[in-house]
Design a protein around this ligand. Structure first.
Ligand SMILES: [Zn+2]
Length: 240
């Protein structure tokens, strides 16, 4: 029986942008970086589909996803460099995700001692067995929440010895733009790397400039996320 074996091309794409907002605590503007990544896959038929065309179609798919992502407000998290607070919505979201994780892992871990209690300590007929299992799961889930919250963001000013390399004041951004122009680097990707984050060795890394959510800055168009995305889309459409 003849079989068709499809071939697959996986293209990892990372996109990073700086988001400028007004701090809700001190009302001063600052910029923080947000990096996202995704692997875009296309399938083709060997001998019929070449890698170049498959890469082009993966790139086209990536543009759709990136545009959708960049239209969303309130992405990522970064500490205000002026007053050392995270925005309340950043903290709330971080804590929410930690609570869910704590309940899940705590509850899952509570299952084992609960089962041991049921099967090992109480007899199978005793109604204490299922109760002990339920109680153990609830107890461990609560414990899990407390432990997980220690890793979440916290309300209020952060300690003096804490640094968030992903946030900058306007002056620091100007300095970054100056130095990256001198070294002919993409400012956002340079910042992303300097703050200890990683980029793809084999894949596409897109520096998407800045998105000004504060609405108080007249950014030159070549630094704007939407303009850079338009340029990127144009270059993908030109691929022959
Ligand atoms: Zn602030």
């Amino acid at each position: 029986m003849p079989a068709i074996v499809y071939k697959q091309l996986d293209l990892p794409v990372a996109w990073v942008r700086g988001i400028r907002i007004n701090c809700e605590h001190c009302q001063q503007p600052y910029t923080y970086i947000v990096g996202k990544e995704k692997v875009f896959s296309t399938t083709g038929v060997p001998l019929l589909s070449n890698d170049h065309n498959m890469t082009t179609s993966a790139l086209k798919a990536s543009i759709k996803t990136i545009r959708k992502d960049c239209r969303k407000n309130k992405q990522g998290e970064g500490m205000c460099p002026h007053c050392r607070n995270y925005q309340n919505w950043m903290v709330a979201r971080s804590r929410r995700s930690k609570v869910i994780r704590g309940i899940f892992w705590g509850g899952l871990l509570g299952f084992i001692p609960g089962l041991i209690l049921w099967l090992g300590v109480f007899s199978e007929k005793s109604s204490l067995g299922p109760i002990s299992l339920g109680a153990m799961i609830v107890l461990c889930a609560i414990l899990g929440v407390f432990i997980a919250l220690r890793w979440g963001l916290t309300y209020g000013p952060q300690p003096e010895n804490f640094e968030d390399a992903g946030s900058m004041t306007d002056n620091a951004v100007l300095e970054l733009l100056r130095s990256s122009e001198e070294e002919e680097l993409d400012p956002i990707l340079a910042w992303h790397l300097a703050s200890g984050r990683k980029l793809y060795q084999k894949g596409i890394n897109l520096g998407l400039g800045f998105t000004d959510e504060s609405g108080t800055l007249d950014l030159p168009h070549e630094l704007r996320t939407d303009y850079i995305l338009d340029q990127f889309e144009e270059s993908v459409n030109k691929r022959k």
